[in-house]
Design a protein around this ligand. Structure first.
Ligand SMILES: Nc1ncnc2c1ncn2[C@@H]1O[C@H](COP(=O)(O)OP(=O)(O)O)[C@@H](O)[C@H]1O
Ligand code: SF4
Ligand SMILES: [Mg+2]
Length: 331
């Protein structure tokens, strides 16, 4: 059995006064795409920043994160710096906040290469032009000296991608990489990211609130709700048979199915209600929005358990562990 590239166990993230991520575990294998999906505020970015150890001061984290066998929560500052940027690339939603406005885009790409790959500035410059070309920026050599504000949103996001992949990382974490872009650009950028993943043999943690993105680009998916993973499955299995009532609502909202009769929760079509507040949680966090909730659901929070080909955290989805195929859960 091959060791996973990333192994996250029992990760919790607490901002002062708010427990944003609650005891989540997942793995990413070499070269695969895992999507982390859930609505705004469910803890996706907190998870990504915890993996990179980039959370604001005063945030408490618990659990274990192993990347290529290295325990990231025990690594010293120096090895963390090498891992970030070189072995793990990060792409954020809004490139303007991540790019430095007073440096040209070429300088910013080259800087990482000088620091991590110890290239001379001359070599870094030509490599940066190659990278701009790789991310399909037309006339790359002449764009090297452009400042971020001279570029369109789509072009800036390509620059971010070039920076993230510049040192051939094993993993790229893309946190809502296309949310700020219009629909046509979204699919272009995702297609680019996916082809780079294959070309450079990278794994991808694709964070999104858009299940349509998952359907097209992910191998496996972890659905998050109120800081927990509520379902984890192969992406096609999740679409064919969403099992957690929240996943069912998400899939239905995405596909806008006319005939929802084989789902037993038609009222969730537009997923009414807002994400549960973390404070004072008792029982299943989805209960206030779940048409199948009973008194039992409100008493005890359901654990994420094997259910057929997947993991599900719902009182209604329970079966014998030996029936579970290990493929879908990445083991
Ligand atoms: N720096 C912070 N301090 C306090 N609460 C925060 C901070 N950052 C995020 N949160 C809260 O943590 C929860 C999860 O946030 P986040 O991970 O950004 O969600 P997502 O990326 O899924 O939209 C939200 O309720 C958010 O308000
Ligand atoms: S445990 Fe109960 S409230 Fe929670 S999703 Fe399942 S049926 Fe709904
Ligand atoms: Mg976010």
């Amino acid at each position: 059995m091959q060791e996973p590239l990333l192994d996250v166990r029992n990760l919790s993230v607490a901002f002062p006064g708010h427990l944003a991520v609650r005891d989540i575990s997942f793995r990413i294998n070499h070269g695969e795409t895992l999507a982390l999906v859930g609505e705004s505020g469910c803890g996706k970015s907190a998870t990504a920043f915890a993996l990179m150890r980039l959370l604001p001061h005063g945030t408490a984290i618990a659990g274990q994160v192993k990347f290529g066998g290295v325990d990231l929560f025990k690594a010293d500052a120096r090895s963390l710096r090498t891992i970030r940027g070189k072995r793990i690339g990060l792409i954020l939603q809004e490139p303007m906040t991540s790019l430095n406005p007073v440096l040209t885009i070429g300088q910013q790409i080259a800087e990482g290469l000088v620091r991590h790959e110890r290239l001379s500035w001359t070599r870094a410059r030509s490599r940066a032009v190659e990278l701009l070309d790789l991310v399909r920026i037309p006339d790359a050599a002449s764009r090297y000296d452009d400042y971020p504000h001279n570029m369109s949103g789509g072009m800036r996001q390509r620059v971010m991608i070039a920076m993230a992949v510049s040192c051939s990382p094993q993993l790229v974490i893309a946190d809502e990489p296309t949310t700020a872009l219009d629909v046509t650009l979204q699919s272009e950028v995702l297609e680019l990211l996916d082809s780079l993943r294959r070309q450079l043999h990278m794994a991808l943690l694709l964070i999104t609130h858009d299940l349509g993105v998952v359907a097209q680009w992910a191998d496996r998916v972890a659905v998050m709700y109120a800081g927990r993973i509520v379902e984890q499955a192969a992406a096609d299995a999740l679409f064919e048979r969403p099992t957690h009532p929240y996943s069912q609502g998400l899939v239905r909202a995405t596909l806008r199915l006319d005939n929802a009769s084989h789902y037993n929760n038609a009222r969730l079509r537009e997923i009414p209600g807002s994400i549960a507040s973390a404070a004072g949680e008792q029982g299943c966090a989805f209960a206030p929005r779940c048409a199948q909730a009973t008194k039992d659901c409100r008493r005890t929070p359901p654990a994420l358990m094997p259910y057929h080909d997947r993991l599900v955290a719902c009182r209604l989805a329970v079966d014998a562990p030996e029936e579970t195929s290990s493929a879908a859960v990445g083991r």
